[in-house]
Design a protein around this ligand. Structure first.
Ligand code: PMM
Length: 301
C-alpha cells in the first residue's frame, strides 16, 4: 500500500509522513454525541487540543456544530463565535488545524484565522458557496459522503450496494469540485461512516476501504466512538456500549484502516490511534519505526 503524498497544500512535515495521519477531534459544542459540552469553553477546548497534540495528533479538527443524529442546526454567528478563538489560539500554539464545517463563511473565516484544512461533512451539498470558496482559498478540502442534515439523515439510508453507491456519489462530488475550479491536489475523500448509514452499512465500507483508496484520492476515516461500534460491543443485555467505552475498538479500526491505505483517521482519543498507525507502518515495512514515526517523550517537537 502506498501512502499518497497528496493532498499538497499541507505543511511539509505532513506531506510524506510514511504512515497514516491522526486527526484529533476538538468539538466546541454543547451537544456532540460523545464529548458534547466537555470542551465548550475556549480555554478548555484549547487545552484539550494541545493535550491531543501531546498524545500524537498530527492535525486538530475544530468543530462548532454537532452532527450527531437528530441534531438541530446552530446559527452561523454562533458557530463562528465558538470556533474562531479556538482555531486562532491552536494555530498560534503551532498546531495544524482543520475546520469542521458545512458553511463557506465559517470555512473562509477559519482559514483567515490560520486553519489549513476545510473538513466538510456535507461534501459541499449544504452550502452552494463552499466549492468556490475552497477554490479561492486553495486549502485542503475533505469531501465526506453525505445525504442530508443530522435531523433527517437516518431516513436517507437506501442503498443498492453501499460501497458502490458511496463511491459513485463521491465521484459526483469530485466532478462538481473540479468544475468549480478546485484542484485534485486539494482533495481528500471520506466515506462518511454513520452519516445516513445505519450500523450494518458501515462494515462493508470498512471491509472494502481499499476500493475507495484505489479511486486515487487520499481517504479519511471517521469511525471514532460511532454507534456501529457501540452495537458491535453490546453486552449480553443487547445495550450498545456507551461512547466513552468505544476507544479500544476505535484504535483497532485505526490499525486496520491504516493497513487498507487510509491517509488519515479522525479520532477523539488520540494516543491509542497514534500507536496503531505506527504499528501499521512498521508492519507494512517489516521494520520498526523511521524517525518520522517516532514521538519523542513529551510529544512531537
Ligand atoms: N464525523 C463526525 C464529525 N465530523 N468529519 C469527517 N471528515 N468524517 C467523519 O466521519 C466525521 C466528521 C461526527 O463525529 P463527532 O460528533 O464525534 O465529531
Amino acid at each position: 500500500m502506498a501512502v499518497t503524498s497528496r493532498p499538497a497544500p499541507l505543511p511539509s512535515a505532513l506531506q510524506h509522513p510514511g504512515r497514516t495521519l491522526v486527526m484529533g477531534v476538538v468539538n466546541v459544542t454543547p451537544d456532540s454525541f460523545s464529548d458534547g459540552g466537555l470542551w465548550f469553553e475556549p480555554d478548555a477546548a484549547v487545552e484539550h487540543g494541545l493535550g491531543l497534540v501531546a498524545d500524537g495528533a498530527d492535525i486538530l479538527d475544530v468543530g462548532g456544530e454537532s452532527t450527531r443524529p437528530g441534531a438541530r442546526r446552530v446559527p452561523v454567528e454562533v458557530e463562528l463565535e465558538r470556533v474562531l478563538p479556538v482555531v486562532e489560539r491552536l494555530v498560534a500554539a503551532g498546531a495544524v488545524v482543520s475546520i469542521d464545517t458545512t458553511r463557506a463563511r465559517v470555512a473562509q473565516a477559519a482559514v483567515e484565522h490560520g486553519a489549513t484544512i476545510v473538513n466538510d461533512v456535507s461534501g459541499g451539498l449544504a452550502d452552494p458557496d463552499m466549492y468556490a470558496t475552497v477554490a479561492r482559498l486553495g486549502v485542503v478540502y475533505v469531501a465526506m459522503h453525505w445525504r442530508g442534515h443530522a435531523d433527517v439523515m437516518d431516513g436517507l439510508a437506501e442503498y443498492d450496494d453501499v460501497v458502490t453507491d458511496v463511491r459513485r456519489e463521491l465521484a459526483e462530488r469530485v466532478a462538481a469540485l473540479r468544475a468549480a475550479g478546485v484542484a485534485d491536489e486539494q482533495l481528500v475523500l471520506d466515506p462518511g461512516l454513520g452519516f445516513a448509514k445505519p450500523g450494518s452499512d458501515n462494515w462493508p465500507l470498512l471491509a472494502r476501504l481499499d476500493e475507495l483508496v484505489a479511486d486515487g484520492f487520499p481517504v479519511l476515516v471517521g469511525a471514532s466512538r460511532k454507534r456501529f461500534l457501540g452495537h458491535l460491543l453490546a453486552g449480553p443485555d443487547g445495550e450498545p456500549a456507551p461512547p466513552l467505552e468505544r476507544d479500544r475498538a476505535t484504535a483497532a479500526v485505526t490499525a486496520l484502516a491504516a493497513q487498507a491505505g487510509a491517509w488519515c483517521v479522525r479520532v477523539h482519543e488520540v494516543a491509542g490511534s497514534a500507536d496503531a498507525v505506527r504499528v501499521a507502518a512498521a508492519w507494512r515495512r517489516g521494520a520498526p519505526s523511521r524517525r518520522s514515526d517516532f514521538i519523542p517523550p513529551g510529544g512531537p517537537a
